[in-house]
Design a protein. Structure first.
Length: 57
């Protein structure tokens, strides 16, 4: 069920940075992903999506 949220996050990054390519949008989200403290990988996968940080960096 993460696909709709990730798609929306990519659209948000693209709306703030209209000149970004698809790869740049994904890269921006990957750089802004958080690692939650005190949680095991079973709860969040590899990282936690942070679209706000992606558009403000």
């Amino acid at each position: 069920m993460a696909t709709p949220q990730v798609t929306a996050a990519v659209a948000l990054v693209k709306s703030v940075n209209p000149g970004y390519t698809a790869n740049q949008s994904v890269s921006s989200l990957k750089r802004a992903a958080d690692v939650p403290e005190g949680c095991e990988n079973a709860y969040y996968g590899s990282r936690y999506l942070n679209p706000l940080l992606a558009v403000t960096n």
